[in-house]
Design a protein around this ligand. Structure first.
Ligand code: PEP
Ligand code: MG
Length: 598
């Protein structure tokens, strides 16, 4: 058995087709000064040809998966036309007398290395896009056909196994020929994963060693939800997988039937379910699932794949676009949470031995107001006549909150005196992500407009367990009693101050943890958009009185297993636990969800 991250649900069974690709060998070729112009012209012709290929893929994606998915290729087109990069290639052609392909390869390798070494960054999510466009460029410059030429030869249904899947390849697959996908690289938010999901092809990514372990023609059974892969499965295993698929289907039908229903418990408690939006393409998914606004807009993704920070105007447009999409509901914009596990190329940070304990997040923003102030101004400008809230990440002291509010007030005054249309103020809340913030929760609750628990980081900092270390996956336990009790304290502090409290970490999408959160009195949960229907289903089946009883026991429990058992037992009295994804019901939640961007 192999395991990876299930990125596109569904069960697939078919023989493996192992696809290996590599960057082509570039023959060493230097040029004479007389050839400069020809080589530069070849470079630009290749760019145009690749842009044409990508535009065709864009069109195909538009037809097959809709406008948001098609946007993936807009981004690739921008990448391939990147002026700074091409100027660098041109200068190598001229100064070093290199052929267009040698110069391109040299620069491409450099950029690839930078992105690859971006520690656990979501930039690595976009590495597949970068590889794909570079491969297209190099093949074109060498006069060779595109990397996906072999696709037409696939006749029988297969499970495609690759080191990495490019979006361009993925969007050309069809379910009649490709039953499922497995790749060694890739995460839930990688573009190939998003496309596989849109096309309904079950997929498991992040499967270490897949190419070594799976030979061509091996029978493969994969579960795109749990991320489990069985090689040469027995008849019993096939039957178990079939039954689980039937149950899942039953659950899907139930989830669809409540898509437009409110998130209200059987005893009448209303819960606000919001989406965590990392990438623009998630807006549509969140809306489709009835998200009542955005509980966490991760703004670091605005910078992904870019070498410069977005301008104030660009940010204003994006924030307005998101809030227009969720008209009438709040959009909680989290200010830059740079560093730690988020290192976009535009953010140049010194190497640190412990980035999670380092110069990150609000610390960076307060130390570098030239990054922070334009973001604050953009938020104020976008907030005119809109429900926009501002949320500060990784706060550990009241000073950080006060300083941020002072900067916000200064920027509001500056906008006013410049006659720029902007809100005078926006609600400012803090994320509770460290034990320090929990201990000061009463003080924060008095000074902030709302609190939102970032349970991913709160778990990491409470347990001293790196959220992105797969070796520690079984120790990363949001249901550890120390985390559970802090969740209770935060909720009580918010209630005493009469302000809203929400949870926006991954635990809010775990059905078992939802019992705890509802029982503790959290009425606002924000999750990755695809998880909204399942959370709503739990809410609609679980009386809040039952959740309260379970939460009271969980707060007194002394081990993670005990917490888990109490919550699972309560949930099991109201829903068929077998319908719930078994991975979410494991004693210790899988770290997969928290590794989304690593
Ligand atoms: C968290 O830490 O729980 C959170 C929501 O923020 P992020 O995952 O972006 O660090
Ligand atoms: Mg966090």
């Amino acid at each position: 058995m192999l395991r990876g991250v299930g990125v596109s649900p569904g069960v697939a069974f078919a023989p493996a087709l192992v696809v290996r690709w590599a960057f082509p060998e570039i023959p060493e070729r230097t040029i004479s000064p007389a050839e400069f112009d020809t080589e530069v012209a070849r470079l630009h012709q290749a760019v145009q040809a690749v842009v044409d290929q990508l535009a065709a893929l864009r069109l195909r994606t538009l037809q097959r998966a809709g406008p948001e998915a098609a946007g993936i290729f807009d981004a690739q087109i921008m990448m391939v036309q990147d002026g700074d990069f091409l100027a660098g290639v041109e200068s190598l052609i001229r100064k070093n007398l290199l052929s267009a392909e040698s110069a391109y390869e040299f620069k491409a390798l450099d950029l690839r290395n930078t992105w690859q070494n971006a520690r656990q960054s979501f930039l690595r999510d976009r590495l597949a896009d970068l590889n794909a466009i570079q491969l297209r460029m190099l093949l074109h410059l060498l006069g060779r056909s595109a990397d996906d030429a072999w696709l037409g030869e696939v006749q029988e249904p297969v499970v495609l196994v690759a080191h990495e899947l490019s979006p361009g390849l993925t969007v050309q697959l069809d379910r009649d020929h490709v039953a499922g996908l497995i790749s060694e690289e890739g995460t839930r938010t990688s573009h190939a994963a998003i496309l596989a999901h849109s096309l309904g092809i079950p997929a498991v990514m992040g499967v270490a060693g897949a190419l070594d372990r799976i030979a061509d023609g091996t029978s493969v059974l994969l579960d795109g939800q749990t991320g489990q892969i069985l090689l040469e499965p027995t008849p019993d295993e096939m039957e178990a997988a079939r039954l689980q698929a039937v149950r899942r289907h039953r659950l899907e039908v139930q989830l669809e039937s409540i898509a437009t229903e409110p998130a209200t418990t059987p005893d009448g408690a209303s819960i606000v379910l919001q989406g965590n939006v990392d990438l623009p393409e998630e807006i549509e998914v969140a809306l489709r699932h009835g998200a009542e606004g955005v509980g966490l807009l991760r703004t670091e993704f605005l910078i992904t794949g870019r070498t410069s920070l977005p301008s104030e105007d660009e940010q204003t447009d994006y924030y307005r676009r998101v809030s227009a999409a969720f008209a009438g509901h709040p959009v909680v914009i989290r200010t830059y949470d740079l560093g730690g596990d988020k290192f976009p190329a535009a953010f140049v940070a010194p190497h640190e031995p412990n980035p999670f304990l380092g110069w990150r997040s609000i610390r960076v923003c307060l130390d570098q107001p030239e990054i922070f102030r334009p973001q604050l101004r953009a938020i104020l400008r976008a907030a005119v006549d809109r429900h926009i809230w501002l949320m500060l990440p990784m706060v550990i002291s009241l000073d950080e909150l006060a300083e941020s509010k002072a900067l916000l007030a200064e920027e509001a005054a500056a906008l006013r005196s410049a006659g720029t249309r902007a809100a005078d103020d926006v609600p400012v809340g803090v994320m509770i992500e460290t034990p320090a913030a929990v201990i000061l929760a009463d003080e924060f609750a008095r000074a902030a407009a709302f609190l939102s628990v970032g349970s991913n980081d709160l778990t990491q900092y409470t347990l001293a367990v790196d959220r992105s270390n797969a070796r520690l996956a079984s120790r990363f336990a949001p249901l550890h009693p120390a985390v559970v009790r802090q969740l209770s304290q935060v909720r009580e502090a918010a209630a005493r101050a009469g302000i809203p409290a929400s949870v926006c970490g991954e635990m809010a999408s775990d059905p078992v943890a939802v019992v705890l959160l509802l029982g503790l009195g959290y009425t606002r949960l924000s999750t990755a958009p695809p998880a909204i229907p399942l959370v709503k289903w739990v809410v609609r089946n679980l009386p809040v009185t039952a959740a309260r009883e379970a939460a009271a026991l969980a707060v007194r429990a002394t081990t993670t297993d005990e917490v888990h058992e109490v919550l699972r037992h309560a949930l099991g009295r109201h829903v068929d636990l077998r319908l719930v994804d078994p991975s979410s019901a494991l004693p210790r939640p899988s770290v997969g969800a928290t590794l989304r961007r690593s």
